[in-house]
Design a protein around this ligand. Sequence first.
Ligand code: AMP
Ligand code: ZN
Length: 114
Amino acid sequence: MSDCIFCEIAVGRSPAAVEYEDERVIAFADLYPIAPVHILITTKKHIPSIAKLASEDESLVGHLVLVAKKLAENRQLEGYKLIFNVGEKGGQVVPHLHLHLLGGWDTKPTSLPA
Ligand code: AMP
Ligand code: ZN
């Protein structure tokens, strides 16, 4: 989708600090980080949100989570949060499926973000 910023990043038409990429997913630094480490892991396929997942996407989403785990290991994060915001009322602003990897705090963070 050409009017989707994450699709544009996935095909290299918009800039991003890419951390990882394969044929199914791409991970890049969040432009407005809310944690010392804040990486977005997104699917290259345009899926608007978790709410629009089809059963055929099951392994893709599993892969997305495993890439997040690998990135956390690479950053040697002892603990981290993985967050999907779902829908406008769930705080989702960019309507393209993405997983937030948040971590790197010195102290224990609150259990849930505001
Ligand atoms: P969400 O609220 O779950 O939709 O999160 C969208 C995230 O995308 C926010 O944390 C934004 O800071 C981030 N974001 C928006 N545009 C860009 C961009 N061009 N490059 C990197 N991150 C972005
Ligand atoms: Zn998209």
